[in-house]
Design a protein around this ligand. Sequence first.
Ligand code: CUA
Length: 343
Amino acid sequence: MRRGVPAGRRWRPALAAVGLALVLGACGNEELPQNALDPEGPYARQVHELAKPVFIIAGFVFVLVQALVVYSAVKFRRRSEDEAPVQVHGNVRMELTWTVIPAAVLAVVGVLTVGTIADLDRVPQGEEVVNVTVTGHQWWWEYEYPDFDVVTANEMHIPVGVPVAVELESADVIHSFWPPKLAGKLDAIPNRTNRLTLQADEAGIYYGQCAEFCGIAHGDMRLRVVAHEPADFEAWVAANAAEAELPSPEADPEAAAGAALFRAKGCASCHTVKGYSAGELGPDLTHLQQRETFAGAIFDLNPANLRAWLRDPPAEKPGALMPNLDLTEEEITGLIAYLETLE
Ligand code: CUA
């Protein structure tokens, strides 16, 4: 303790810390879009139900240990310059106590945790289960629905009240798929398939993001899960399963010219537009206009943002693997006209 600090002030830092903890504790705000403490589906709720007792136990241990530290520091402090503390070696009773109690606490936490992991690990069964293969790419998410012949990016669509069985993969490095209100966090690892189940109680948009540092644009690798009422989900599937129609030069010459540019400028070698191109490096664009965002769900999908993006993708999103194609404004106008037909 510094000399000259009045006794009353010594406790100020501790009081400030307690105050801060109380304020932060009040942040369990339902408006937070990515809040694991506010689950909105049964699988996320199960994780939360596990976190609660573990947090209470951890809080109890924290308070007990801190109290013992403060008690020991005060009670056994050195009282004068020439006082030597009592030298102690070995205390069977105390050593047994601080071995057995933590072991018992960890055993309780372990049983609760293993039980929840086993529950969450069960692959959901039943006709209604929706299967989605989620692939992490630098720096966007791909969603493939093997039962519906649908592929999309960044925005995952699901029906409400139904388990969604996710097979999680990676095309390059380790990513982590994390929509906190719907499921726990799980790594996407190259050459390995991880499984996770998510489910939403109600229709709505659920936000998430990549949660494993995966390179320069890691922070721009967001995701959304859009939950629909069953009929709306069926409509979404129907709209996304069809092939894209090529714009006709008579009806829409600008879009038709844009479609030609899409091939001539090399877009087609990286992007799939079902029925027209089969590139595999970038997101599938067959039904681009069904989405609200693009480029890792960081930009709203609209002509102005598409124009800025096509001018120079890495300038808009540092690290983006789509190169600057040195397009003229006229070429960009044509490409956007084509992209707008991809409904
Ligand atoms: Cu992908 Cu971080």
